[in-house]
Each structure stands twice: as structure tokens, then as C-alpha cells.
Design a protein around this ligand. Structure first.
Ligand code: ZN
Length: 352
């Protein structure tokens, strides 16, 4: 910020954003609360930076500003979009994440700013104070490269072609360590298999652990998997995913409609009462990767945990091992291993 005073802003580029091509872009700021306000004030946008200082209610509700804020602003001639981080809590850290340019729109820099800075802009603008910002950003896209899903299996003893799938994604944003998003989900999906193996158990069906690649850039790994296995998706009993944190587990959410299947899962979950993780929720599971498999008819499940703090760390430099709990990881692994082993060991494939 160069006017009304000099202040550095802690920013992160959003996914696929263009940079400023080695130059410094300077312009006035207009602060917007909602897309409706953006449309209403469309004639004031040209040549300015649009700051989105929306009220945060939930991630799902607010994520549209991150995803589409730059494109919407560009339509009215903005020179950049500075977008409030999508989080209910802030310690002055910007949160990055995917943003998408719509077709036929001029690509302008898409930048995440902290909640604190967004609110500062909001206060200054409310007092009618002119705000000017200078932005320099090195963002660029490199050429695509080959990446791979990491797949490991315990081959089923009598039905090796039938699969129970546990998963998390292996890629992460380039700040922090991605320990929570989604190191935790990847860890328990890997570890569940080693627990089953260490216990000397051999399920009837194959338990497959998939660590997806390219989730953050747009679900590249699962798209490849679905394409490759399109003819044997009916052999997958269930696709499980953990991508909403591995905090203290409470149970799972199951998306399948079949009542017998729900009953079987409920029965299995009751075994987890000693660790208070026996809650079954029926409904849309929270698995961005497996969603593609669910759309193609595979029943899906996601891990439920006490994850109120998930978005505090999500896509920030704060997503490190320090916020992870080894005990919670063990408990989540137990849920994953027990459900996967149980469903891989029952006589019939989980009905759908
Ligand atoms: Zn994730």
C-alpha cells in the first residue's frame, strides 16, 4: 500500500494467476463486499484494483470470491484483484488456493490478502480515504509435466479384483508443508494398509490405497484413474477419502443410498465406540477427489473429525507438522483401517 501510508501487504498469488511481467502495477483501490456490489458499481472499476472484503460465513459460501473474483473484476476493467483469505480466523497469514479465469476474460493478477489487510482496506474506504496499491508479482505457469498417483495394495485372498479404496492427495500448495492438506489424509491411507499387514490380516477383497496427484490444480490424478478404470468401477465397493483434516475422529460420512449398505457400515462403525468414532452421517461426502468416482456410481465416504480449525491453516505457511497430532493420526488410521478391512472382508460386495 502506498497511499494513504506506506505498508507492506503479506500476499500470496492464487492458482493459475498471471504476474505483473517484471513491472510494478500501481492503481487506486475499490473495496467491494459482494458480487452484487461489484455489479452495481461496475462503472467505478476500470483501471483499479478490486479488493474483495466479503463477510465470511462458511468456506463453501465464500470460496467463490477466490475462484472467480479476478475474472468478475476483469470484466469491468480492473487491473488486479486482491481477495480476502477464505478463513474464519486469521493470524495475518494469506491463504492461497485455486482460482479460475473464465474464457475470453483478460487475465489480471489474482492475489490473496490477509483478513486483517482486507478489513483495513474496508475501514479506510468506509471513511472515504483514497487507497493506492503497488503490486509486483512473479507468477508464471510452467509447462505441464508427468506426475503420478501413488497406489499400493493388499491383494484380496479370494476376490482380488474387487476393491475397497482409501485415499488422500499427495500434492499441496507451495507454502507450509501441506502436512494437514493433505499429508494427514495421505498418511492414514498409507498407514491403514501397513496396520492391516502388521496385524497379519488378509482381507477377501483388495484394499487399495491411492495417494492422488494434482488435486489442488484441478483433480488431475483422479481423472486419470477414472479414465483408466472406467470398466471396473463397479468392482469398487467404496471409495474413501480424507481431505478435511485428521483431527480427533468422530466417524464417517457415507454417500450411498442403499439401506443395507448403510446398515453394514453402521455395524462396522459401532466397533469404534471405544475411541468415540462410531458416528455415521448419511449424505454427500466431503471428498473432492472421489467425487468424480461417486458421480460415476461408486459409493463414497469421507472421514469426519473435530475439524473446526481446518481452515485456520488451510493453504497457508501455517500448515506444518506443528499443528498435527500424532495421537489423532493414530486414531484416524484406526478408523480407516477398521472400515477398510471390514468392508474388504464381508462375504458380499457392499450393495449399492
Ligand atoms: Zn486438500
Amino acid at each position: 500500500m502506498v497511499c494513504p501510508r506506506k505498508q507492506s501487504l503479506n500476499i500470496l498469488g492464487l492458482g493459475y494467476s498471471v504476474g505483473t511481467n517484471g513491472s510494478v502495477v500501481t492503481g487506486d483501490v475499490i473495496v467491494i463486499k459482494t458480487f452484487a456490489e461489484l455489479n452495481r458499481r461496475s462503472r467505478e472499476i476500470r483501471g483499479k484494483f478490486v479488493v474483495y472484503n466479503y463477510d465470511f460465513n462458511s468456506y463453501d459460501e465464500s470460496v467463490a470470491y477466490k475462484l472467480h473474483g479476478a475474472s468478475r473484476a476483469s470484466k469491468y476493467g480492473a487491473i488486479g484483484a486482491l481477495i480476502r483469505s477464505t478463513t474464519p480466523f486469521s493470524n495475518s497469514l494469506p491463504h492461497t488456493g485455486l482460482q479460475i479465469y473464465s474464457k475470453n476474460v483478460r487475465k489480471i493478477p489474482a492475489v490473496s490478502i490477509t483478513v486483517e489487510d482486507a478489513e483495513l482496506f474496508g475501514r479506510l474506504a468506509a471513511r472515504g480515504i483514497n487507497i493506492t496499491v503497488s503490486l509486483s508479482m512473479e507468477a508464471r505457469m510452467d509447462a505441464d509435466r508427468v506426475s503420478r498417483n501413488t497406489v499400493s495394495e493388499i491383494t484380496g485372498s479370494t476376490k482380488p479384483d474387487e476393491i475397497v479404496l482409501v485415499s488422500g492427495h499427495l500434492d499441496s500448495w507451495d507454502v507450509g508443508q501441506g502436512a494437514m492438506d493433505d499429508g494427514g489424509g495421505a498418511f492414514i491411507s498409507w498407514r491403514a494398509l501397513s496396520v492391516i499387514k502388521k496385524l497379519g490380516l488378509r482381507p477377501k477383497r483388495t484394499v487399495q490405497s491411492v495417494l492422488w496427484t494434482g488435486e489442488e490444480m484441478g483433480y488431475n490424478g483422479v481423472q486419470q484413474y477414472a479414465q483408466k478404470h472406467i470398466n471396473d468401477l463397479n468392482k469398487i465397493s467404496i471409495a474413501m477419502e480424507s481431505d478435511m483434516g485428521t483431527f480427533t475422529p468422530t466417524g464417517i460420512t457415507y454417500s450411498g443410498r442403499n439401506l443395507t449398505a448403510q446398515c453394514i457400515i453402521n455395524e462396522l462403525l459401532s466397533l469404534l465406540k471405544p475411541i468415540n468414532a462410531s458416528q455415521l452421517k448419511i449424505g454427500r461426502e466431503d471428498g473432492p477427489d472421489i467425487e468424480l468416482l461417486v458421480e460415476k456410481g461408486v459409493p463414497g465416504a469421507s472421514l469426519d473429525t473435530r475439524n473446526d480449525r481446518y481452515f485456520y491453516y488451510h493453504h497457508t505457511a501455517g500448515d506444518t507438522m506443528s499443528m498435527m497430532s500424532t495421537r489423532d493420526l493414530d486414531l484416524c488410521t484406526a478408523v480407516w483401517a477398521a472400515i477398510a478391512y471390514g468392508l474388504a472382508s464381508i462375504d458380499d460386495q457392499l450393495p449399492r
